[in-house]
Design a protein around this ligand. Structure first.
Ligand SMILES: *[C@@H]1O[C@H](CO)[C@@H](O)[C@H](O)[C@H]1NC(C)=O
Ligand SMILES: *[C@@H]1O[C@H](CO)[C@@H](O)[C@H](O)[C@H]1NC(C)=O
Ligand SMILES: *[C@@H]1O[C@H](CO)[C@@H](O)[C@H](O)[C@H]1NC(C)=O
Ligand SMILES: *[C@@H]1O[C@H](CO)[C@@H](O)[C@H](O)[C@H]1NC(C)=O
Ligand SMILES: *[C@@H]1O[C@H](CO)[C@@H](O)[C@H](O)[C@H]1NC(C)=O
Ligand SMILES: *[C@@H]1O[C@H](CO)[C@@H](O)[C@H](O)[C@H]1NC(C)=O
Ligand SMILES: *[C@@H]1O[C@H](CO)[C@@H](O)[C@H](O)[C@H]1NC(C)=O
Length: 338
């Protein structure tokens, strides 16, 4: 019958369990890096005073402790050590072929304890770099293709922009292995620092790339006075929103001037300076030229006193009146008059 058979099997397994021994538990499996090290530590301390301790790599023997004498397999002579209290095995100078199962068996007078865990050795990620930007990127026109590459065992690829995760969208596409991202058509807010992190459970490395989206000129504006007195100094300045920053040229009454600075300055105005000023902003990457609205300047004969001049005149008049009053008082007191 089926039931008694199952019962016997269960009982038999329990009995075998007693013989084979109790469990020594490891908290997790282990990861290591080629050239790095690993310590196979139990989750909790094993009972003390073992008669015999054995560590095996699958079947092959690594090291053992019997009657206080440590015996290390020649192949592990320089690489393996045992902590005789915690029974932790430490392996240094790891190689790919250390990947596998590690078994610990501890014999006490009252029975045998067994435990096993596993190790995967990865080659560290190295030489991570971001490439792909050749020509300058122009807003609404370019597509940015950025590729992340590196050496070693790569098990995960993660992207971020300005320290926030970069997510797929209707303009952001990732290749199936996540190693390339295509963004486009680009907009100005795509500018920033792109970060790619290549990782495996033993190591990770991040590469960064600054991306600049070129645009403009936009909002080309002239700032300055529209009326000025004859003989005064006057400056008009031109501004534009542009990446890279724009260069400027100026026209007077529709005719090119030789001025190619942000500011158009007239040191001493005369009547010929009245008229319409226009500035043109140029972005040498987007190859766009944009004109400002024209700004009219009127040079006024006589009328155009500056605040400074007015204050000067007022002070001059007050000082003159003061002098005259003082003189009158003086003359009155000395009775040379009236
Ligand atoms: C591998 O990476 C780990 C963690 O970053 C580091 O501790 C270890 O020294 C590296 N190994 C080599 C061989 O560079
Ligand atoms: C493991 O690899 C090392 C070199 O990386 C080699 O010397 C050794 O013989 C290999 N061990 C086994 C068991 O294949
Ligand atoms: C980016 O990738 C797209 C589609 O794969 C392609 O059409 C475009 O030419 C690429 N751009 C650059 C700058 O490589
Ligand atoms: C790491 O890469 C090597 C080859 O470069 C390969 O032989 C090995 O299996 C890889 N290891 C893992 C854990 O992916
Ligand atoms: C690519 O990255 C996305 C999230 O960034 C993740 O959901 C996906 O599993 C990754 N694909 C591969 C092949 O790594
Ligand atoms: C006005 O000033 C300009 C220099 O800014 C000078 O070349 C020009 O001769 C002057 N015109 C008159 C009428 O004074
Ligand atoms: C383009 O303009 C920028 C800023 O005005 C300047 O730094 C750069 O040298 C210019 N490049 C070329 C190729 O003219």
């Amino acid at each position: 019958m089926m039931l008694p058979y199952c019962l016997y099997l269960t009982l038999w397994m329990l009995w075998i369990g007693q013989c084979i021994g109790q469990d020594l538990l490891f908290p997790n499996s282990f990861n290591g890096a080629v050239g790095g090290s690993v310590e196979f530590a139990l989750g909790s301390a094993p009972p003390s005073n073992p008669v015999e301790v054995n560590w095996n790599f699958g079947v092959p023997f690594i090291l053992g402790l019997k009657d206080g004498v440590l015996d290390i397999q020649p192949a592990y002579q320089d690489r393996a050590t045992l902590d005789t209290t915690t029974l932790t095995l430490k392996l240094i100078n790891l190689r790919f072929n250390d990947t596998g199962t590690y078994k610990l068996s501890v014999t006490y007078k009252e029975g045998i304890y067994n435990g096993q865990t596993s190790l995967v050795v990865y080659e560290n990620v190295s030489d991570t770099k971001l490439t792909g930007l050749g020509k300058p990127l122009i807003e609404t026109k370019s597509i940015a293709n950025i590729t992340c590459d590196g050496n070693g065992n790569i098990t995960s690829v993660q992207w971020a922009k300005d320290n926030n995760p970069l997510n797929p969208s209707d303009r952001v596409f990732f290749s199936s292995d996540n190693k390339s991202v295509s963004i486009g058509p680009v907009i100005r807010s795509d500018s920033g620092e792109y970060q790619c992190t290549l990782a495996n459970p033993a190591s990770s490395e991040t590469a960064k790339l600054n991306v600049i989206i070129n645009y403009g000129p936009e909002n080309v504006l002239i700032d300055g006075m529209s009326e000025v007195g004859l003989g005064q100094k006057v400056s008009l300045s031109c501004s534009a929103t542009s990446v890279p920053s724009a260069s400027f040229t100026w026209k007077f009454n529709g005719i090119d001037t030789s001025v190619n600075t942000e500011t158009f300055t007239i040191d001493k105005t005369n009547l010929t300076h009245s008229g319409d000023y226009t500035c043109t902003a140029r972005n040498n990457v987007t190859n766009q030229n944009v004109d400002s609205q024209s700004h009219s300047l009127v040079v006024k004969e006589g009328g155009g006193l500056t605040t400074g001049a007015i204050v000067g005149i007022v002070i001059g008049v007050l000082v003159a009146v003061g002098c005259i009053c003082g003189l009158i008082v003086y003359l009155t007191k000395t009775k040379k008059i009236c």
